[in-house]
Unconditional design. Structure first.
Length: 296
């Protein structure tokens, strides 16, 4: 039997680095051409991604050979062990010691609290960029991504004035709804939650935010394992690098080209996941505007 192939590690997400402990036994949840999902003993997923993927809190990014296809190396249910700082199966391994750790400290510190009006000034350019991107790339979503755009698609009506019963009905209509490995409705909710996160404790926002998060948490079983994982993490404020980068830039004196480039990184994720997420984020900004903008 030959020696296992060791795959170069590019970066390790901060949650992945903190969760792996000596002797952990993980199981293969799902394998795709360029990504692998392992189920950790804590129930959450740990993802192995190729270099062209974004950093995620629970992911390890690697540089596999050009012809690498995880589907030919592992099957669902197979065991993968972590020992001596190495994640290893029978035929491959990756050493995590001395690897670069991705950690958005500014986002996680709880000190990111920009002036909302500074963020809101980017709404119109972002909405225009989203509309143009969807038109150019013929992005397909089962949802109306912007008010009045997307004939025949489902409109999302989340609002600050919604009662708990209304929010429950709206979340029920979104979770697991749509196409893709992470359905449209889930990605939209993830973006919405992320927009609210920096202001979630503001008196004008707190009740809406807490109620929404409680309802989503109670309905996570209505979507698939992978999407459930991402939504559960978003409830705790853990999101991907492109979304973190965009949110952090919105609260600074970033230039329009910088904001545009960051939004482009968000939208490029998946067939429709990125545009759904940005649409949800913009909806979150509209909701915040109704509560935080000075009365005219």
């Amino acid at each position: 039997m030959g020696q296992p192939m060791f795959l170069p590690v590019l970066s390790v997400g901060y949650l992945a680095a903190n969760r792996l402990a000596e002797g952990d036994q993980l199981q293969v949840h799902s394998a795709f051409q360029r990504s692998l999902n392992l189920r950790h003993p804590d129930g959450y997923l740990l993802s192995i991604l190729s270099r062209d993927n974004q950093n995620l809190p629970d992911a390890i990014r690697i540089a596999p050979p050009g012809n690498w296809d995880w589907r030919y190396h592992l099957q669902a249910g197979q065991a993968v062990r972590f020992a001596n700082a190495t994640l290893q199966s029978e035929h491959w391994g990756m050493v995590l010691s001395h690897s670069i750790r991705w950690c958005p400290q500014a986002w996680l510190s709880g000190e990111f609290a920009p002036q909302f009006q500074s963020v809101l000034r980017h709404y119109a350019p972002l909405a225009q960029q989203l509309g143009q991107y969807c038109q150019q790339h013929q992005s397909a979503s089962e949802l109306q991504l912007l008010p009045g755009i997307g004939q025949g698609a489902r409109a999302v009506t989340l609002a600050m004035t919604d009662t708990p019963a209304q929010l429950t009905a709206e979340v029920s209509a979104l979770i697991g709804f749509g196409r893709g490995l992470t359905p449209d409705g889930d990605d939209y909710l993830l973006g919405y939650l992320t927009a609210l996160w920096p202001w979630r404790q503001h008196p004008a926002i707190a009740t809406h935010d807490a109620t929404l998060r409680s309802i989503i948490s109670s309905q996570l079983s209505r979507t698939n394992d992978i999407s459930r994982h991402y939504l559960a993490r978003a409830l705790e404020g853990h999101v991907s690098q492109p979304i973190c980068d965009l949110m952090l830039l919105l609260g600074t004196e970033a230039t329009a080209p910088q904001i545009e480039a960051a939004a482009q990184q968000v939208m490029q994720f998946g067939a429709s996941s990125g545009v759904d997420c940005l649409a949800g984020l913009l909806h979150g900004l509209r909701t915040l505007s109704s509560a935080l903008s000075p009365a005219r």
